[in-house]
Design a binder for this molecule. Structure first.
Ligand SMILES: NC(=O)c1ccc[n+]([C@@H]2O[C@H](COP(=O)([O-])OP(=O)(O)OC[C@H]3O[C@@H](n4cnc5c(N)ncnc54)[C@H](O)[C@@H]3O)[C@@H](O)[C@H]2O)c1
Ligand SMILES: [Zn+2]
Length: 364
């Protein structure tokens, strides 16, 4: 097990990355938190798989855990569900000295973090991410929240965890599509910040390693690297104000619109982002001088992890235009859009027009 030191302003915490960490979670938490009671918040897929082991480990380190399981899926990320969890925590006599453990993917990370932010005006949060996407992306950066009828992540709070525990053994039960979608964010990180990692992904691919078969010797350093990349960017712009953090949105403007146009059913988040990255690369080629061979290499890398790089022929492209986060006033005007001039770096361009985006979507 090795750890990544994370910093957010003056606040410091660690992400532990390694194997067999679920069963020693209690010891690692005890090194950080002096409390007795806690809530383990998990979902209906992950709770039955790992909830018992995490509870046992916490109990053997002297904690009194209450396991709260909510239905798996994005539909659970609501204010109502967060309220119901708080009610259960109160019923279990948790108080302001208690803490929350989020055990699951990004949905659980976001809602358990939000509950930790608001319960008794804020109690500590331990993240045990169980999807690749949650390990490399959503568990880092302190953003927590829930969806509302009007849209995703509209209500939330910044609340950094006290500890993140990335046990790569838990990824063995992750369905292949869920595993692969994590690579969309990994490839995004490589494009915006780490040309060397981009090459390493090619080596992994050339050696015949399919994502699902990746050995822990490959996976653990890769996860650590991605935690560092995201943490570095977040650290330069903790509250999402200076524009630095916006670089993490590479591929996300079009990707989110595709997700919405598919009613959040047709594509997983990472799959929609893969398509969004392809569109952002086409725009980068035109507006930021991204060389063709690098564009091709990016598309090739996405395909190598079974991520979509073309829309299905019958996909309603018009719906994507309608779902873009720009209204009529942008017609003919310039938009702030994240582009890359070369793999390993990204910048915000104000040279991109609605027509450029339309053209890139039409070509997908
Ligand atoms: N806070 C942030 O900065 C941030 C960043 C990116 C994404 N997100 C959020 O993350 C969420 C998406 O996260 P996700 O893709 O992890 O989705 P998820 O939490 O819904 O998990 C995906 C599916 O895999 C199952 N699962 C999880 N771990 C498993 C395991 N080890 N074995 C078997 N099944 C397992 C889950 O039950 C679920 O059905 C979205 O709500 C998104 O808004 C947040
Ligand atoms: Zn994303």
């Amino acid at each position: 097990m090795r750890s990544v030191a994370l910093r957010a302003g003056n606040y410091q915490y660690k992400a532990l990355v390694g194997r067999k960490l679920i069963d020693t979670a209690g010891l690692n938490v005890a090194a950080k938190i002096r409390a007795s009671s806690c809530a383990i918040i998990s979902d209906s897929n992950v709770g039955p798989l790992f909830g018992g082991r995490v509870s046992e480990s916490l109990r053997s380190s002297g904690f009194q855990p209450t396991l709260i399981t909510i239905p798996a899926g994005e539909k659970s990320k609501t204010l109502e569900q967060a309220g119901a969890i708080c009610d259960e925590m109160i019923a279990a006599h948790l108080d302001r000295h208690s803490f929350v453990v989020g055990l699951g993917g990004g949905v659980i990370g976001d809602i358990s973090g939000f509950v930790a932010a608001i319960f008794q005006r804020g109690i500590p949060h331990v993240q045990i991410p169980t999807t690749l996407l949650a390990m490399v992306d959503s568990s880092v950066g302190g953003k927590t929240g829930v969806n509302t009828a009007a849209g995703k992540n509209l209500v939330g709070a910044f609340h950094h965890p006290v500890l993140v525990i990335d046990d790569i053994d838990v990824l063995k039960t992750l369905p292949p599509r869920e595993f692969n979608q994590g690579f969309a964010e990994i490839i995004k990180h490589a494009i915006i910040a780490d040309a060397e990692m981009f090459q390493e992904l090619k080596v992994a691919q050339a050696s015949g390693l399919r994502a699902g078969e990746m050995a822990s010797e490959t996976l653990a350093p890769l996860i650590r690297r991605n935690v560092e990349i995201k943490a570095n960017i977040v650290n330069r712009d903790e509250l999402d104000r200076t524009g630095e953090r916006a670089l993490l949105n590479f591929g996300h403007t079009v990707g989110h619109a595709i997700e919405r146009a598919g009613d959040y059913r047709e594509f997983l988040h990472g799959e929609a982002i893969s398509l969004g990255i392809v569109a952002a690369c086409a725009i980068s080629r035109k507006k930021a001088g991204l060389p063709k061979d690098q564009q091709d290499a990016i598309v090739g890398r996405l395909r190598a992890f079974d991520l979509p790089t073309q829309l299905p022929p019958n996909f309603p492209r018009e719906k994507i235009f309608g779902a873009l986060p720009f209204d009529k006033k942008f017609e003919g005007g310039k938009i702030r859009f994240v582009v890359t001039s070369a793999i390993g770096s990204a910048q915000i361009s104000s040279d991109v027009t609605m027509d450029d985006i339309r053209e890139a979507i039409a070509e997908l």
